[in-house]
Each structure stands twice: as structure tokens, then as C-alpha cells.
Design a protein around this ligand. Sequence first.
Ligand SMILES: C[S@@+](CC[C@H](N)C(=O)[O-])C[C@H]1O[C@@H](n2cnc3c(N)ncnc32)[C@H](O)[C@@H]1O
Length: 297
Amino acid sequence: MESDAGHVPVLLEETLELLAVSPGGLWVDGTLGLGGHAEAVLRATAPDGRLVGFDRDQEALERAGARLVPFGARVRLEHADYREIPQRLGDELASGILLDLGVSSLQLDDAERGFSFQREGPLDMRMDRSARGTAAELVNRMRESELADLIHEYGEEPFSRRIARAIVRAREAEPIETTTRLAEIVRRAAPRSRRPGFHPATRTFQALRIRTNRELDGLGEAIPRAAACLRSGGRLVVIAFHSLEDRAVKQAFRSLAGCGFSLLTRKPLRPGEAELRKNPRARSARLRALRREEAAA
Ligand SMILES: C[S@@+](CC[C@H](N)C(=O)[O-])C[C@H]1O[C@@H](n2cnc3c(N)ncnc32)[C@H](O)[C@@H]1O
């Protein structure tokens, strides 16, 4: 297995600072990915801080698990959705919880996972490969109007109707099974973008990925439920990667503010130039944080 030690997590310094990591305590990484944030949290909470790491991608858990072996019994891994944090923690309260939403480089870079329109692979896009329903099933089965609505809503794509029509025509000839075939259908249907380097299939792929993984379903409810698992003074940090996700986080945070929680970020933090030079994928990241107020004595 290739080492993930060189992988640099998004907004790492900001995350550690806003989580207020310190020795001891129980820390939750709801989206382990390659374990970069988790490793940094475990280092900063030595010698006895514990971390529970969640991911719904079994492969991510294996990779992160291998990276976190040096921390031994301080780590517990759960093949589960972060929406299950309350049930999985039981009565324990956390000092800090991190949700770094979205796709990992592991998923994007592996053609077989079908997330990238730049790599030929099966049109899969499932984060949890044991779950039912691939992106290919959506593309080949949904009605044209449903596809158009999906691409419009989750991709914020202005040419959603044209793209949906092109998809339906193409699949009449032959089912759409690969990433590159779908990317080509969309490229032909949508006018060329004026943004340099922007592939016309970007938004359609985003929409399909969100729907395949139901990424926005219940996000707004999952945040207050996770926040309720914090001990007093505990922190919740959420990193979102597209505007729909960030909007849900912002609204959930606003409704918690003043009700036992205080916002630590009025506006979301964005990566600086130096980080973007090293990691262009961090481009759309937006970090928000809140704190559970200390209980009155
Ligand atoms: C951006 S990556 C996390 C990267 C990680 N912070 C690191 O440092 O390597 C997001 C991860 O969250 C996982 N994920 C996305 N939605 C999830 C959910 N609802 N429950 C659990 N894991 C989820 C994905 O499978 C992916 O591995």
C-alpha cells in the first residue's frame, strides 16, 4: 500500500487552532479520508487523547488505519456515516469534532471509483462501495426532467436542460457506463466555458456525486446532533467544498448560535495563497467553527 504520510490536509493549522487541540480528551473525525487531520490531532493530544474516526469508505478506513497504527489504542475506527456520531459515541462527550466534507484525493485519483471526468473508469461515484445505487444507474434510469432538475439543483448548472436532453439521447443508443463517455456527452451539449481550465462536465459530475452519496440529505440536522455531543467548551469544525454544502452548514450554525453555542467564525475561513499553491484542490474549501458554551456554575 502506498504511504499517505505526504498527503497534506486542507486548512490544517486553522483546523487545529479552532478545535483548540490539547493533551487528553476525546476527539472525533467524522470524515477520516486519508487520516491527515486525524494524525495531526493525535499528535497534538498526546500522550492520552483518544480519537474516534468515521468514514463510509472502507478503503479510506484501511488507508487511514495504516497511517494511524503508531497511535495504537488511542484510535478507534468506525465504518459509518458521520450522521451516526451520536449513536456511536453513546454517553461520551467529545472535546472536538471535525467534519471535512466532500471527496478525498484517494477517491478522486482512483479511476476505478468513477469520480473524475478526467480519468476513464466506471461511472460509479459511491463513497461507500457496499451501498446500493451508482451514478451510472441514475444517469441511465432517471427521467429527462428529473435529470435536468438534479443537474440544476446540485450542480447549479445553467445548461442543465440541454445536458439532460443530450444524456437521454445518448443512452438511447447505448447505456452510459463510463466517466469519459459522460464527460464527452456533456462537453458537446454545453457551450464552452469562458473560465480557463473549467471543464463543462464539472457541475454535472458534482451533481451526480452529491445525489449518489446523498451528501446534502440530513446535513442540516446532523450538525446540531453532532454539536450536542460536545462537552462544554468543546468545538465543532466543518469544512465544506461547495456553496450548497456551506449554506447548510451556515444555517445550522446560525440556528445554534446563542442557544448554548457561540460562533468562532463570523465568515468562513478560506485557504491562503501559499496553501493554494501547494494544494490547488483546497480552492473551494470554507471552514466554519463553533464552541459549546461552558455550563453556568
Ligand atoms: C475530504 S475527505 C477527508 C480528508 C481528511 N480530513 C484527511 O485529512 O485526509 C472526506 C472523506 O469523508 C468521507 N465522507 C463523506 N461523507 C461522509 C459521511 N456522510 N459519513 C462518513 N464519511 C463521509 C469520504 O468518504 C472521504 O473519505
